[in-house]
Design a protein around this ligand. Structure first.
Ligand SMILES: [Zn+2]
Length: 221
């Protein structure tokens, strides 16, 4: 019997940063991308000086993970698992997230709120990003680490990217959670690492950390 290849890309190390290999269509200084080339041609045809401010990008070096300090990952993954437990006690799916600044300052924390609100976007990480991006400036978020009890889904990884958070550390791999659930529930088999690898600024991804402990909040583990 031929087994279909897994849609998940296996990590060959427990901890690694997202690849810095850029897609040809991702905009960087070296590879401006198709839309930038169209823009340059349009500017060349136009009369008068170009309004370059309208096309400026934030300096890429502002958001590199080098600016993120070393933290005690197990301590803060455990805090995210505690948030997951609190979310479950309040009638929501057991997912939690904690945002930590350099030096270990807890900036914010959130749990999943889908069960109580009926809002399908109420994932712990998205709830956390929504609040934190209104409270903290991008430079502060670039030096912060988001700890998640379970690997962020594609929606939450996108929110983390747009918030310019510098690093993600997660407990349970989404792939393992899907294996635990079997056919029950929806599955979006796209890893956090793969989503963030498509961005034009780097977000470090670390995990799994304390995976068995993170899995234990699910009754199906
Ligand atoms: Zn999510």
């Amino acid at each position: 019997m031929v087994t279909a290849p897994s849609p998940w890309r296996r990590r060959d190390a427990r901890t690694r940063a997202v690849s810095s290999a850029w897609s040809p269509n991702v905009r960087t200084r070296e590879h401006p991308g198709r839309s930038a080339r169209r823009r340059d041609r349009a500017l060349a045809r136009s009369k008068g000086p170009p309004n370059l401010a309208a096309f400026s990008f934030a300096p890429l070096h502002c958001y590199m993970p080098d600016s993120v300090d070393a933290l005690d990952h197990e301590r803060f993954v455990r805090a995210a698992i505690d948030e997951a437990g609190s979310a479950q006690d309040a009638g929501n799916p057991p997912f939690g997230a904690v945002l930590v600044g350099p030096g270990g300052t807890v900036l914010d924390r959130a749990g999943n709120t889908e069960g109580r609100t009926g809002d399908c976007t109420g994932h712990a990480e998205t709830n956390l990003v929504r609040a934190a991006s209104q409270e903290y400036d991008p430079e502060r978020l670039a030096k912060a680490t988001l700890y998640a009890s379970t690997e962020p889904c594609a929606m939450c990884a996108g929110a983390i990217f747009w918030a310019r958070i510098g690093r993600v550390v997660f407990g349970l791999r989404a792939e393992r959670l899907y294996d635990m659930k079997g056919d029950a529930g929806r599955q979006l088999a796209l890893s956090c690492e793969d989503v963030l690898a498509r961005g034009n600024h780097e977000v470090e991804v670390v995990g799994p950390v304390l995976e068995d402990e993170a899995a234990a909040v699910f009754d199906i583990s």
